[in-house]
Design a protein around this ligand. Structure first.
Ligand code: SAM
Ligand code: SF4
Length: 319
């Protein structure tokens, strides 16, 4: 069984920098021990409240700090969200993620509506995840009661680098919400963004922060920065796929149980790049024309990739 225990950034850096074929084959061996190689989970991200966010995340099209052309919109109705969710389920999605451009959840009518969305989609027999910003204990408990399966709250990078990217909240704020989510017995989905100008050490520090949590996160989205026009990161140089692959392999080795999700930036990845990412341990994607406000791979392209690679869509609640 899986034995490697990696404690320090030095050990992890040595692993990360090892010859790529060795790194990927080690990650593949661990991936096989914990997951079915032929299964990839299909998720669908619905932006239930878009734009006008009061936070200044330098990468985000939805921040009200930047002129990105994304306008603040009212929250979607329960009917509209259910319609989107059913379309996604018909395509084989087994996880519906409800995303909102919020700093935090506020009690009141909007939160009540989100609770009815969680309940209604849970009753369709699939995993529901929410990503709504910071949460209070009472709100996490109510989301759990409504049937919430997971809560996404990305740490994005190391604590050091985080403060250069976001100033309207702290890393500590993020960690606190992860604690609140865990305490309510909800699964944690916590990921990173690669290609913001961070160092490899920043990426690995993120991974070690996750690896030290108990319980370990249930899923880890690996985002490639989408350089959005109008944001401070619009001119960031594109991430090398080889850096992405190394990070996927290290994530698989350090947190073998977690689902690893190819998220933002997958639209720029060829089938070959995605196949290699699955081989190294990634086992989930977002399917659907949009990822919140940015373009995603087309559904037809993804369906074609699944049949080309002989991949099956993973059942709900099976990870
Ligand atoms: N507003 C909520 C929050 O910040 O927690 C929900 C955010 S939603 C899951 C968007 C996530 O996708 C962010 O947490 C961030 O990690 C990632 N993201 C946003 N903009 C991105 C971009 N331009 N490129 C890559 N990842 C991005
Ligand atoms: Fe707001 Fe979330 Fe975008 Fe940050 S990532 S600006 S919190 S929507």
């Amino acid at each position: 069984m899986y034995t490697k225990s990696i404690e320090t950034i030095e050990e992890l850096k040595k692993l990360h920098d090892s010859p790529l074929m060795t790194l990927v084959s080690q990650a593949h061996a661990v991936h096989k021990q914990f997951h079915n190689l032929e299964e990839v989970q299909v998720c669908n991200l619905i932006s239930i409240k878009t734009g006008g966010c009061p936070e200044d995340c330098k990468y985000c099209a939805q921040s009200s700090f930047y002129a990105t052309g994304v306008k603040a919109e009212p929250m979607l109705s329960l009917e509209k969200v259910l319609e989107e969710a059913k379309k996604a389920l018909a395509r084989g999605a087994t996880r519906i993620c409800l995303g909102a451009a919020l700093r935090e959840v506020r009690d009141g009518r909007q939160f009540e509506e989100i609770l009815s969305m969680v309940k209604a989609i849970t009753e369709l027999g699939v995993e529901v995840c929410c990503t709504l910003g910071m949460l209070k204990e009472s709100q996490a408990e109510r989301l759990k009661e409504a049937g919430l399966y997971a809560y996404n709250h990305n740490l994005d990078s190391s604590e050091n680098f985080y403060k250069t990217i976001i100033t309207t909240r702290s890393y500590e704020d993020r960690l606190r919400t992860l604690d609140v989510v865990e305490k309510a017995g909800i699964g944690v989905c916590c990921g990173a963004i690669l290609g913001m100008g961070e160092t490899v050490e920043d990426r690995l520090a993120f991974l070690l922060t996750l690896a030290k949590r108990d319980p370990l996160p249930q899923s880890i989205p690996i985002n490639r920065l989408t350089a959005v026009k109008g944001t401070p990161l619009e001119g960031a140089s594109p991430l090398s796929f080889w850096d992405m692959l190394r990070m996927i392999a290290c994530t698989r080795l350090v947190i073998p149980q977690a689902m690893i999700r190819l998220s933002s930036g997958r639209i720029e990845m060829s089938y070959e790049m995605q196949a290699l990412s699955f081989f190294a341990g990634a086992n989930s994607i977002f399917m659907g024309e949009k990822l919140l406000t940015v373009a995603n791979s087309s559904v037809d392209q993804d369906e074609q990739m699944f049949s080309l690679l002989g991949l099956r869509k993973k059942r709900a609640f099976s990870s």
